[in-house]
Design a binder for this molecule. Structure first.
Ligand code: URA
Length: 363
């Protein structure tokens, strides 16, 4: 049973269910989230969607000993405002990512099957992948090896004519697992993308001059004092977090002054990069994007993680979850660009933000 008492930022607190199947199997199936039947039983895919899945697995010549099954989110999505909405929210997918990673990484997998669009998002960071159009022996890269996206069995219950697609994709996964034998993870392709500036490097100053987000002088001054002192005070931390987003305002306010000071001191003084960024995410309400702003303003050599900046570097959509590897590669890419353009990280950040503001159409 996953421990849910350590979850941060997840809207659900229903009982969590664990995985099922053979922990030594080469095929991992990832569903969406449990329903009421699964919660009552404690195992995934027990209800009607489960029956469809087992039928399709049998047709693909796979049994429970050939697969290991888990979900993108371990708790049942219960939305008090819209009770009929059962699709897990992006916050829940992010909050459950560590648990999903553990389920998968403990595994000698050869291939992972994503059952539906939520699983594709949880595994690859791609939102809204058109599974209904593209599922048919497609293969996507992920941090954990090849992902075969396919239809969710609940979708097949509503559209029985698409059942053969699910079966064909499961057969494809079986073949991939057979091809890799016991040789290890199939086609392990890291999902950390390349960053490519969408505009000429010579235009960085031009776009930075057009920057129109807010007057940043207050947070810049805060960052400078925090950098000199070696830590953020609680008030400074709250102002900087609010500048980034007001969505986590109440959670950020739960951190005491001493926690903020100690944690930010560890981060600003760290020589290990993983510790530097990771320490900040210990603070309530702070995930990678806000942590990146705290470093950006105090230390000046770190970029801000923001969907606009990422878009200007060719990342679309942004990942559902920011790994250390992603952040570190992004940091090094931005440092190289700032050097090449002969500008500070702050100027580069303004240019990236503004270029997206004037060119990115937001759905
Ligand atoms: N649907 C899922 O995605 N997972 C389950 O465990 C049950 C139904």
């Amino acid at each position: 049973m996953p421990t849910i008492d350590q979850c941060r930022g997840c809207p659900y607190r229903a009982p969590a269910i664990g995985p099922r199947g053979n922990p030594a199997s080469r095929i991992v199936l990832v569903g969406e989230a449990p329903g009421a039947t699964e919660v009552a039983d404690g195992r995934p895919f027990i209800g009607r969607a489960g029956e469809k899945l087992w039928e399709a697995l049998a047709e693909a010549r796979l049994s429970e000993t050939d697969v290991f099954i888990t979900n993108s989110v371990a708790c049942r999505p219960l939305n008090p405002i819209r009770p009929k909405v059962r699709t897990p929210s992006p916050e829940a997918i992010r909050a459950c990512h560590g648990r999903l990673a553990r389920d998968i990484e403990l595994h000698p997998r050869a291939v992972i099957v994503a059952l539906g669009v939520t699983a594709v998002q949880a595994l690859t960071g791609r939102r809204g992948f058109p599974v209904t159009k593209k599922a048919r022996r497609t293969e996507l890269p992920s941090d954990w090896g090849t992902v075969v996206p396919t239809l969710h069995p609940a979708f097949v219950l509503r559209r029985p004519e698409d059942y053969p697609i699910l079966v064909a994709d499961l057969k494809h996964a079986r073949r991939l697992a057979e091809e890799t034998g016991s040789a290890g993870v199939a086609k392990r392709v890291p999902s950390v993308p390349e960053f490519r500036l969408r505009f000429p490097i010579s235009k960085v100053r031009f776009w930075a001059k057009r920057y129109s987000y807010t007057d940043d002088s207050e947070v810049e001054a805060i960052g400078e004092s925090a950098g000199k002192r070696g830590w953020y005070t609680r008030d400074e931390f709250l102002s900087v977090s609010l500048w980034k987003t007001d969505r986590s305002k109440s959670r950020c306010a739960k951190n005491s002054a001493s926690t903020v000071e100690e944690v930010t001191e560890v981060a600003l003084r760290a020589s290990d990069e993983r510790l530097r960024i990771g320490a900040l995410t210990v603070l309530q309400g702070v995930e990678m994007p806000t942590a990146s702003v705290l470093l950006h303003l105090a230390l000046q050599t770190y970029p801000i993680i923001d969907y606009r900046a990422l878009w200007s570097l060719g990342i679309d959509p942004p990942p559902a979850y920011y790994s250390f590897e992603f952040w570190w590669k992004y940091t090094r890419a931005c440092r190289a660009l700032a050097d090449e353009a002969g500008v500070s990280m702050r100027t580069l950040d303004r240019a990236l933000w503004q270029y997206s503001k004037e060119h990115q159409s937001i759905a």
